[in-house]
Design a protein around this ligand. Structure first.
Ligand code: AMP
Length: 492
């Protein structure tokens, strides 16, 4: 049940919220390609439409026109192979008489079993952590009280403190939009607003996983939603609550910067593309090599390759074309299928490559499938040398907060020595950006991050024992997070 998804919500009186949500989800497509869905309210009735597939396949103009209303939430889902079913597509919906609600979730809960037990769901009934969350909220007695006009808001504020793990959520009843970010702020979530030309007064509001989607719908970025914050939006404007007893400690997922977020999104006040270029510059500084051309693995390796070329002075060039119409290679169940899909996705530009010593920059190294397949392909196309460089440290630990990173057994770097990797994947040399440089590249002074997948140090209790050196019963290895406090942003 690991999933990292895209969530989007609109409260905009007078608008056709379904069309805005479509554009928002379309922009967040990279966060999940398994299913897409939205719930729309006209102030009285909530209609939910969800289906397996890409946003552009699930929705068309006729469907969007039918989904009438000024209030909407939407979801794009990314999951592991087994849990990719229609029933798990979101938004999740609970009828609750005339105060029904819909919920969309990005993240992964770490106490799903405990919550399921609490609401009386038998293990066999639990198909997703998001469904357990919807059930938990629906069980609140606020829905049976006389005045139900604020039932959802009150229910959320009552139960949310019991929820642990990663959750950036959007919820709605027929009248209001709610956004919630977990106390660690593990997944991003931001607030935007619509203004009309004449006035500076907000006409409507947007909540989105990433700021890139705000620009696309014509809204302006207002701010990131704070860790531990619940934002309620209705005709009175925006209200903000901090209902968690757990002290908030922002530890945004470092992988959002490395791979997951769009390059044009703003995280921790910086555009992600710039962070990736700086990663490449620092990578060149840490792992220099004599070569004729620097190339990136499309798409996420490109900005770091630009940075590598700039710092090293080696010419930047394109060595691969990417087939735009292909989905994810990453979650195919067998190694053979994954390798075949890399070949489907990427093809060499033979003339550009032939006879050259190449530096090939990719964003991350997980199982090693992409690099092994690529190196073979580049050598067949005539490359003289292939030096792999990665703009993050190698993955050694699973993620419990929503990124689909395989089990430790499948993580190559967790099972071999780093200096064995070059010969295993067939490279002339390999270099990984250090964690310190990665943090420096992100450049947010006095911020903290979750780098659990790289270090095995998680910002909260995780549900399984990590290894022999960790403490028992699911207590994390060290009850601390990596502190990212570069003294000052080093000039490179
Ligand atoms: P691997 O081929 O297993 O070493 O995985 C690394 C490659 O997959 C890189 O090219 C990344 O851009 C991409 N990647 C890394 N993590 C993920 C993920 N969670 N989902 C999809 N792609 C990923």
């Amino acid at each position: 049940m690991k999933e990292s998804c895209g969530v989007f919500g609109v409260y905009y009186p007078g608008s056709k919220a379904s069309f805005l949500t479509f554009d928002g989800l379309f922009t967040l497509q990279h966060r999940g390609q398994e299913s897409a869905g939205m719930a729309v309210s006209d102030g009285q009735t909530i209609t939910v439409f969800k289906e397996m597939g890409l946003v552009s396949n699930v929705f068309n103009e006729t469907i969007l026109t039918t989904l009438e209303g000024f209030l909407s939430i939407g979801h794009t889902r990314y999951s592991t192979t087994g849990s990719s079913t229609w029933a798990n597509a979101q938004p999740a919906y609970r009828p609750m008489g005339h105060v029904g609600f819909a919920l969309a979730h990005n993240g992964n809960l770490t106490n799903t079993d405990e919550l399921a037990q609490k609401v009386g769901m038998m293990p066999g009934m639990v198909t997703s952590d998001s469904d357990v969350l919807a059930e938990l909220i629906s069980k609140s007695d606020k829905f049976s009280q006389k005045d139900q006009s604020r039932a959802l808001e009150s229910a959320v504020l009552e139960v949310i403190d019991a929820v642990k793990g990663a959750f950036s959520l959007v919820l709605m009843d027929a009248y209001r939009l709610i956004g919630i970010r977990d106390p660690n702020g593990l997944r991003p979530l931001c607030l935007g607003a619509f203004f009309n030309d004449e006035s500076k007064v907000e006409q409507g509001w947007v909540i989105s996983s990433e700021s890139a989607a705000l620009n696309v719908v014509g809204a302006k970025f207002i701010r990131e939603i704070s860790p531990g914050e619940v934002v309620v939006i209705d005709e009175t404007g925006v209200k903000s609550y901090f209902p968690f007893t757990q002290k908030t400690k922002e530890t945004l997922c470092i992988f959002e910067f490395v791979y997951f977020s769009r390059p044009d999104s703003i995280l921790y006040d910086s555009e992600v593309h710039g962070c990736r270029r700086r990663m490449g510059e620092l990578l060149a500084k840490e792992h220099p090599v004599q070569a004729d051309m620097v190339m990136g693995v499309p798409d996420s390796g490109i900005p770091a390759a630009e940075g590598f070329a700039k710092y090293s002075g080696i010419a930047y060039g394109q060595g691969l074309v990417k087939n735009r119409y292909i989905g994810r290679t990453f979650i195919y169940p067998t190694q053979e299928q994954r390798a075949q899909n890399v070949r489907r996705k990427l093809s060499p530009l033979t003339e550009n490559i032939s006879g050259k010593r190449l530096v090939v920059v990719d964003d991350s190294f997980v199982r090693g499938t992409t690099s092994s397949a690529l190196i073979k392909m580049l050598r067949e196309a005539g490359a003289r040398e292939v030096h792999m460089r990665f703009s993050s440290p190698p993955f050694k630990w699973p993620c419990y907060y929503g990124i689909d990173i395989p089990t430790k057994e499948e993580l190559l770097a967790a099972n071999v020595e780093i200096d064995e990797i070059a010969s295993i994947i067939g490279a002339d040399s390999v270099g990984f950006l250090s964690l310190e440089s990665l943090i420096l590249a992100i450049g947010a002074i006095n911020k903290q991050y979750c780098s659990g997948c790289l270090t095995g140090v998680y910002p909260s209790k995780v549900p399984v024992k990590l290894d022999d050196s960790s403490s028992t019963n699911g207590i994390n290895k060290k009850d601390a997070v990596i502190e990212a406090i570069p003294k000052q942003f080093e000039k490179i």
